[in-house]
Design a protein around this ligand. Structure first.
Ligand code: NOJ
Length: 993
């Protein structure tokens, strides 16, 4: 029974959209081999041959010229001398390499020790909410053969199907090939889908409902395009490094904001019966050295993270995603504490599956899997895209290798069963067995687009050199406006509008009028002169999608680049929207379409108001734009943005006798993250500044909504804007040069990233985390804090083990190897990943498998676990809060009320009962609400804080502990603008709630 029915068609293969740097991988290793100083000794014959050819040539030449023999013997001794030099050179290189290796071995170890082994892999099916799906999955998987099971765990190879990831189907039992597609802001490589605002933009909106709606829109569009699994949202990188190339795909360096945004997005996506993926687990905080060979080093960087920081910061949003029922987790490229994230048993078995009770499946990032058996034992469930150590070479680490590993007993059958159950249970859990929503391929189901061509007809397996299978691959299904989903373009506009943060509004320059009626103007014709300056206001002249994966910074910036980018169905540029909105009869708009400052002063001098557009871009490391290799080189605006602002602001409307500009300048910044504004923010002409983040397709419309006051700005910064990159701390910079064969990045700042670092070191930022202005003003009053009794028990309730919810029983016997051999006569596609083995012999055990360290030790379950996201008692309400919010201005508006907690600085250690110091951030965001209030009205706002919100992770107890001492709770409009505070004593109580 062939698993993939294949028919012969004419080959019509589009060029694959293979990430360029990936394809360099093999070339790189080749290059290294070519440069290997030991190469000569490995290939004596070739070199001897060439040497003798050279000698013949020389002697013939000498014979012809009649050279004297003495000269030839001198040449011989010179040759010997050269050989000696070469030999010494080779020896020196060898010694240097050995010394380097020894140094790396010694100095390269994690500052916090190496990752602890955690075995065996916990089985899925231990949570009530998933138990029905596991029962159904067990019924189906129980009927599967070994190769059918393996087929589900392994992708078919890069560009072997229509999506960026495609698993093998089990047609016999009606289990389809799953289509996995990026990504966090929309659907990558998909026609006519909505280009939504990026993660950083939705985070800046602080609007929970919009977070859900954005996820729902993505989920619906995915389902209508036949995508089973969306590769988003992203919360890793979290944003430890402000210049990190992919921070914009995620939400915020604050774990609570990121966790809430992720959970809402997941609820939205999964409400449409589409599986969401939370990624990248974990510590993938920079692009440089994220994977082996991509940056020249043989190993990926190791993010060395201590246990408390892992729990309180980086794993927090992942825990929230799991609590929201996320179907999949993607493990990351990098190593964590010197063990690759996709074969790190502590992270996948220990943290994800035991402690956080994750019931879905762990998939690898694309080629992040670095081993076959070890990754399976460490908890990896799905290999993506199925290729092994190299792209599209047909050599999977799983596929037939996993079949062999199960047959020769290196991977226990239970582990394979668990992998498959997790995938199939997630499929049931999200209703993908319902053929009204998910018709099977015979009813026209499956992906109806191709990631690899825009043509209607295309190759079905473009990654295979001998595929001749063409068919209709693009059906151009419209998804942006549907009866089911409403208008997603309008949703994109609303998110982009709410994601704009007004950071400066001197003299209330904003909002601006559309017409000049009633205004004094410079020009004799009475028209208001408005200048639009900067390339960022205008579309890319080459086209919105001219650069693959948006991998350049040309024209207005709507999103960053890489796999998190999508094709723009259209893009309303700021200039287009401004031209449309200004009243032509009374306003004259002048365009300055570049960032050139040559003669810009004259044009600026002729204006009544100057609008300057600048930006800062970044993206995924497989694309390089100019000198930006994914991560930003600095935090400054790019393409001369600072100079443009300075020149325009200094000359707008001309200069008065003091040398100051006569007219005002408003700056609009599109950006991937924190951007230093110091070169111009305090200039007298700069009166207004809007940070419009990455707005997606509706950029211009969103901007004009805020500029003209149709919408009262309500965005708040989801990060801190410092006065310089140094202000973020000595550990906040991208590691650009390798510090070892395995580059080491020690997260020595611990919990102190972004505002936590600024607060700890008393550094004044330009604009702090949570900051944002409105056209109205708000007041907070009457904070009422009500602690509940559970707050006086130090530890959560003991982990409960329910007898009713146990993983399904599956047959643990090793199946007959004969059944795994290639079926006779089956047509095979080159480089395609299949689960079959060549012969029974190849699956025979060959000595004892060298199991990873600690594999024979059964790891105890943690008390911090027990439910999805952790011990359910961690989410019990510990404190209730209530306060009043009043709109004291003249315009209806939305305020973002933020709740910060400060844990005590000393606590009673629950092991020794002594008072000990508790090193903890000055304040930490724990809750927020966005509330609409009419001018002059008041609204009651309520919050609840959970046990986890008021606990810290105790590394010795290995659990969340409520400290003793004063707990302070503050409500405010930013991390530094707290308006109402209160507190109470936590008395502790050695016991559990
Ligand atoms: C690599 C990226 O890191 C990941 O985010 C993405 O989902 C995959 N490529 C697939 O495109």
């Amino acid at each position: 029974m062939p698993l993939k029915p294949l028919e012969a068609y004419e080959l019509d293969r589009p060029s694959s959209d293979h990430p360029p740097r990936h394809s360099l991988d093999s070339d790189d290793s080749h290059a290294v081999d070519e440069l290997d100083p030991l190469r000569d000794s490995k290939r004596p014959y070739r070199d001897n041959a060439s040497h003798s050819l050279r000698s013949i040539f020389h002697s013939e030449k000498h014979a012809l010229l009649g050279s004297p023999p003495r000269r030839s013997s001198r040449r011989w001794s010179r040759l010997r001398f050269c050989c000696l030099l070469l030999f010494l050179f080779v020896v020196t290189i060898f010694l240097l390499l050995s010394a380097g290796g020894l140094w790396v071995y010694k100095a390269g170890a994690s500052y916090d020790g190496e990752s602890e082994p955690w075995y065996p892999s916990p089985r899925g099916g231990t949570v009530q909410l998933w138990s029905r799906s596991y029962r159904r999955a067990a019924e189906l998987v129980g009927q599967m053969t070994l190769v059918e099971k393996v087929n589900i765990t392994t992708g078919t190879g890069w560009s072997m199907g229509m999506c960026v990831g495609n698993t093998g189907p089990v047609d016999r039992l009606g289990f389809p090939s799953l289509c996995l597609q990026d990504g966090p802001l929309g659907l990558r490589f998909v026609d006519n889908a909505t280009a939504l605002p990026a993660g950083i933009t939705i985070a800046a909106s602080w609007n929970k409902q919009l977070m859900y709606d954005r996820g729902r829109a993505q989920g619906l569009e995915a389902r209508l395009k036949g995508i089973n699994v969306i590769l988003g949202p992203s919360v890793g990188p979290l944003g430890r490094l402000p210049a990190g190339g992919r921070n914009w795909e995620g939400f915020s360096p604050d774990p609570v904001l990121a966790g809430i945004a992720a959970a809402r997005t997941i609820h939205g996506i999964q409400s449409q019966s589409v599986m969401a993926t939370i990624k990248h687990f974990i510590g993938n905080e920079q692009e440089h050295f994220r994977q082996s060979w991509e940056w020249g080093t043989p190993n990926a960087l190791s993010s060395n993270i201590d246990d408390r920081t892992l729990h309180e910061l980086y794993a927090w949003p992942f825990a929230e995603a799991i609590r929201a029922g996320v179907a999949s987790v993607m493990c990351s490229y990098n190593q964590v504490n010197n063990s690759y994230a996709c074969q790190n048993s502590k992270l996948m078995n220990g943290v994800l599956k035991d402690e956080l009770g994750f019931q879905g499946f762990v998939q690898s990032d694309w080629l992040a899997q670095r081993s076959g058996v070890a990754s399976a034992l460490a908890g990896l469930d799905m290999s993506m895209p199925g290729d092994g150590l190299g792209w599209q070479d047909g050599k999977s680490l799983w596929g037939s290798e996993l079949t062999k590993a199960v047959l020769n007993s290196s991977v226990p059958v239970e582990r394979l069963n668990d992998m498959v159950l997790r995938i199939v249970a997630a499929w049931y859990q999200h209703g993908q067995d319902d053929d009204r929503r998910w018709p099977n391929s015979t009813l026209g189901g499956g992906p109806n687009f191709s990631s690899w061509t825009n043509d209607e007809i295309g190759d079905l397996h473009p990654g295979s050199p001998d595929s001749k299978d063409t068919g209709i691959v693009n059906k151009f299904v419209p998804v942006r406006q549907t009866a089911e989903g409403g208008n997603h373009d309008a949703l994109a506009r609303r998110i982009a509008t709410e994601g704009i943060v007004l950071v400066k509004n001197e003299g209330g320059i904003l909002p601006i009028p559309r017409s000049a009626n009633g205004l004094a103007t410079k020009a004799k014709d009475g028209k208001l002169r408005i200048g639009i300056f900067g390339e960022d206001a205008y579309p890319n002249p080459k086209g919105n999608n001219a650069c693959p994966d948006r991998g350049c910074n040309d024209g207005t910036l709507a999103m960053g680049w890489g796999s998190g980018a999508v094709e723009l169905p259209y893009l309303v540029s700021p200039a287009e929207a401004l031209h449309r909105e200004f009243d032509n009869a009374t306003v004259q708009v002048t365009d300055w379409k570049t960032n050139s400052v040559r003669k810009v002063d004259g044009t600026a001098a002729a204006q009544d108001l100057c609008l300057v557009f600048i930006n800062s871009d970044a993206g995924e490391g497989f694309i390089r734009w100019k000198t930006v290799m994914g991560d930003r080189n600095d935090l400054l605006p790019q393409k001369g943005g600072d100079e443009l602002v300075k020149e325009v602001a200094a000359n707008c409307g001309g200069r008065n006798e003091d040398g100051n500009p006569v007219s005002d300048t408003i700056v609009v910044l599109h950006t991937v993250g924190p951007t230093v504004l110091e070169r111009w923010i305090d200039l007298p002409g700069v009166m207004g500044v809007l940070i419009a983040h990455l707005p997606g397709e509706e950029s211009g419309n969103a901007l004009t909504d805020v500029l003209f006051g149709d919408y009262n700005p309500s965005g708040h910064l989801p990060y801190t804007i410092g006065k310089s990159e140094d202000d973020y701390g000595p550990d906040s910079k991208i590691l650009k040069y390798p510090n070892g064969v395995t580059p080491q990045q020690n997260f020595t700042e611990g919990l102190y990233v972004d505002y936590r670092f600024f607060d700890k070191h008393n550094i004044t930022p330009r604009y702090e985390f949570g900051y944002g202005l409105s056209y109205t003003t708000f007041k907070l009053s009457g904070l009422f804090i009500h602690p509940l009794s559970i707050v006086n028990t130090s530890l959560p309730a003991p982990r409960s083990y329910s007898d009713d919810v146990v993983p399904p029983h599956m047959d643990p016997r090793i199946p007959d190897p004969e059944a795994a051999v290639w079926p006779k006569g089956m047509r095979r596609l080159a480089k395609y990943i299949y689960p079959y083995i060549d012969d029974v012999e190849s699956a025979k055990p060959n000595g004892r498998y060298d199991y990873p360290k600690g594999y024979d030790h059964y790891h105890k379950s943690t008390e911090a676990g027990g439910g999805e996201g952790g011990n359910p008692d961690l989410f019990t309400t510990a404190v209730s809060l209530q306060l009043s919010l009043t709109n004291t201005g003249n315009m209806v508006g939305e305020a973002v009320v933020q709740i910060y907690v400060s844990l005590p600085s000393t606590t009673t250690d629950i092991i020794s009962n002594q008072t000990v110091a508790l090193d903890t951030p000055v304040r930490q965001l724990r809750a927020f609400e966005k509330v609409l209030v009419e001018s002059g009205s008041r609204s009651q706002v309520r919050f609840s804080l959970s046990r986890k919100d008021v606990s810290y992770w105790d590394v010795r107890v290995q659990n969340w502990v409520v400290p003793t001492g004063e707990l302070r709770v503050c409500a405010g409009f930013s991390s530094r603008d707290v308006r109402q505070c209160g507190g109470f004593e936590l008395i502790g109580g050695g016991g559990r709630s």
